[in-house]
Design a protein around this ligand. Sequence first.
Ligand SMILES: Nc1ncnc2c1ncn2[C@@H]1O[C@H](COP(=O)(O)OP(=O)(O)OP(=O)(O)O)[C@@H](O)[C@H]1O
Ligand SMILES: [Mg+2]
Length: 215
Amino acid sequence: MDNVVCAWNTPDHRAQLTNTPRSFGGFSFASYPRTVPQDFSKYVASTSASNSRRSVVLHGTQGSGKTGLGVCALSTFARQGVGSLFQWNVLTAERTTPVEKDEQVFPSPCWFERWSSILARNRKTDWDEVGWFESLDDVTVLMLDDVGVETGTPYREALLLRHLEWAEDDDRRMLILTLNDPPSKWPKVVGERVADRMIEQRRFLAVHVPGESLR
Ligand SMILES: Nc1ncnc2c1ncn2[C@@H]1O[C@H](COP(=O)(O)OP(=O)(O)OP(=O)(O)O)[C@@H](O)[C@H]1O
Ligand SMILES: [Mg+2]
């Protein structure tokens, strides 16, 4: 029973459950106004089938399309059903009760978060860090958008490092990170320990998203 794909667990339904902001909802690789960086296309095509996944970091000037491209990859992986089949079956199951206002939403196996939202939650006194990482147990692809914002304190660097370690703990897990700064500035922006891992090619593919702002 564990490997049965339930009727409601469809590619479209999974793609709707990635927590991607509504404004990126209609984006696809085909709608990207420039040529998708070749190394990124190859990476997305080869990653989905693989069981040992490498993380990726998209960097480039403001507005060049990093979030848009990352979201397209996330949606591709969700459509392919990357992650726990059991979890996708549970999350796509038809609900019998409406969603409550403050109901806790469990992350799906392919999940989007703005780094600034995580930091905002983290600032609250009732932030449950253990609970957050427990909820990531069922996640395989985690996109952390704009990890270059609001960094610079040892605590935040340590929190980002814990997310990198979360990915390292299981070969199947991967992160999609975005930030504006080029690799030479990463030590300053995200801290030396995080930057050191992000430039290690075995762990991360670094993709430059070229061009001026598309906005
Ligand atoms: N896949 C896509 N399809 C269509 N348009 C896109 C796509 N990706 C990006 N764009 C266009 O490019 C604009 C900028 O994209 P995006 O927000 O991804 O840039 P960014 O590099 O993440 O910017 P920032 O550095 O401010 O975070 C979008 O508002 C949209 O108009
Ligand atoms: Mg962005």
